[in-house]
Design a binder for this molecule. Sequence first.
Ligand SMILES: [Fe+2]
Ligand SMILES: [Fe+2]
Length: 426
Amino acid sequence: MYFYAFLILALIFFIIDWYFYRAVKIYTIRKSEKFKKTIKYTYWGFSALSIAFLFYASYFYLAKEEPPKFARIYIFGFLFIQFISKLLGSLWIMVHDASTFFEYILKQIKKQDKEKLTADELNNSGKSQNKISRKEFLKKAAVITAFIPFSSLMYGVLRTAFNFKVKKKNVPLRNLPDTLKGLKIVQISDIHTGSFISDEPLKEVVKMVNELNADLVFFTGDLVNEIAEEALPFVDVLKGIKAKYGVYSILGNHDYGDYYYAADDVEGKKHNRRLITEIHQKLGWRLLLNEHEVININNHQLAVVGVENWGAAHRFPKYGDLDKALHNLDAEIPTILLSHDPSHWDIMVKKSYPQIDLTLSGHTHGMQFGIEIPGFKWSPAKYLYKQWAGLYSHEHQHIYVNRGIGFIGYPGRVGISPEITLLELT
Ligand SMILES: [Fe+2]
Ligand SMILES: [Fe+2]
């Protein structure tokens, strides 16, 4: 089945390549034969390599193996980038083809009306010259249009993906005792270790987190993409994260093995659960699974509650159980909830759990694509999640949504940098 899927994919790639090449060719019209040949062979050489890679990948999937990590992340990523770019550019060629088609129809109608102007006369007229330049323009626009997403998506892979930014925010909590004011909380989220081919970027993350001298560090889920094993090569690096009162963690929708093991593979999922728990022990991160812990800081108490994944969308698991997590917890203690998916806050927490003062989430990644300039932020993520990046408040309750450290799918970020959050309670 995989083989046929790749065959269809390769065919779609070829069709898009052929379609887009018509626009590329326009740039060679008045150039030398040598230039024409160079462009032609380079273009189709690249196309052949891409299609050959798809067949190479199909071999692995056929043998029920995964292609090497670099190929899976970066070569597929590159194919995705060039495919999307050519597809967007091709929209202009579609406009070109549609206008040619309508002109042909009009010409036929005119013929029927026994217009005196012959086809030859039409071709030689001044209007025809205009048409040619308009058509040339449309094809040239196709290449320019394709270049914009191609260059920004490539820049996102090469420069933004690991350009970690510290975002600082003060969060005013209701009834916060003076001794807890100024408490420094560092939040990281969505590491997705399976998307890292080297531990160097994560060493940088650990260094940046430790430089913030946090009182508490919270990790809000999605340590891996599919299976717990992905995190093993990074345990030694990540266990370097230190905080005065400890590192607390929860699971995200990717941490359950649900995207790898079949729905009825109970043993596979049990193994994943065991391993991800063991990994947390090795990391020295306290994994909160529908439970809470009360931390004593300068003779005052702060409650940290952690729930399992709870996402409003049908496709996401609803393992989170707030009633269980809050059981026997004094509602007067300032309370911070760790919940991976921000829809949990929107639908459950702010309506039914007023004792939770601050919720920390991740999951959206800010869709790894958007615009953020002072005073304005936009991402397609906002159409899926009301709270998708940064701080939001409802009466006395707050949620902070972290944009994530790693990535999944597209191996980069455009406009939305990977984030380490520093929150100061006030
Ligand atoms: Fe994630
Ligand atoms: Fe997630």
